[in-house]
Ligand binder design. Sequence first.
Ligand code: AMP
Length: 484
Amino acid sequence: MKEACGVFAIYAPGEDVAHKTFDGIFALQHRGQESAGMAVADGEMITVVKDTGLVASVFDDRTLHGLSGSLAIGHTRYSTAGSMDWTSAQPVYRTVGSIGFALAHNGNLTNTEGLAERVGSLPGIGLTDSDMLAELIARSFQGSEQSDRALRDALQTALPLIEGAFSLTLLDADHVYGVRDPHGFRPLCLGRFGSEEHPTGWALASESPALDVIGATFVREVEPGELVTIGKDGVSSERYVDEGVIAPHLCIFEFVYFARPDSTLRGREVHGARRRMGELLAAQAPVEADMVMGVPDSGVPAAEGFALASGTVYGQGLVKNRYIGRTFINPDQDARDKNVRRKLNPLRENIKGKRLVVVDDSIVRGTTTRALVRMLRDAGAKEVHLRISSPPFQWPCFYGIDTPTRTELLAANNTLEEITAYLGCDTLAYISLENLVSAIGFTDGFCDACLTGNYPTNVLLEMPKMRPATVDEPADLQPALPGV
Ligand code: AMP
């Protein structure tokens, strides 16, 4: 099962931590819309509330008022096909002796088979990566259950055994913890309440806007391989693996699509990186046009950059229904097609008779993009030139972005000409990897496996997502091509 999400934690005695956690995970809603939850502790008791649905539908004022304490963690879970059930909502809760702890996970483990052998079968528990993780941690308590350090020691034992992507927040009765895997695939940052000299509380969040909304000041990112403990004595930090194991590989797709544009990752605001992607794309694949437009919302910053660098007028060609979530992963094709129309509607007067440059962040299956091109043409566009601010998406992700199998990845199975014909656009260009990296401003420390197939950890070629296209593939799993 896949786990890709937003995580949050707060330690702030005297504050309304439940409402702050609500605000924090609400700001991380884009990272997961399937379920939402929080665990609140008051020094003795831990209360967990979680359910399927959006943050604002799971929590209301009454529920939040009932949750008092000094510390909390929160979670939003990413929508994945066929797993819309309550049992996979987080935080996950466990007890060991008299100690209870809760865990929230963003990422995807790659050695779950080995871990499953270690933890054995768990009656009554659905074995998601996060369940397995919690179980492994529970089994790593070493008889020191009364100690203040019990969970921290258990984490030191359990974490080195896990491979893959995991940014975690955890809580026991009186501490919150933050963990990033040794590759740092998924982001996690630390924020502070109060001044540097007199901090009054701390918070951890997948992305910095979650700190902004709760009035915390961004302090720093949690480092790959770092375990942060926050309690009455403040923040302490330790490494849970040898230095040699640490190899930073922040997901490049966080910059391309996943993170909010107002997030700061590795010291850079994501919006600026996306705008530069558009600027470099304009230089790399110029085209004569009347208007540059972005596909809302993800294509807009790069479109801004494209227009700026090419000197072409920027305009809006599509209106997005702002009450819609991310509709990309939907089990059936028909539903996905309808979702596009539900989500986007053309501004006919603005595009009629025009040669358009249409900028979007990525093409995965091509379903959305194809429907979009058709929509623009039906609305009177004279030419549609697609410009994509990421290189061809050819490899499935095993580190927390929910992608389809290789069979369904359009660029894994077709040439540029075939893709152009399938999408029905006049021209198509993807940004080069070199330009993408240059737009972000760092030359190393990224995971670009979805674009290059270079996976930083062992992934098995026979993993279900790796299936290449085969002739006897059921028709609905084949990337549909013109005339098929
Ligand atoms: P499609 O043309 O159907 O491949 O859809 C591509 C669009 O889906 C992109 O423009 C993104 O906005 C969005 N997208 C890309 N990757 C993901 C993902 N992993 N989860 C949700 N949406 C995504």
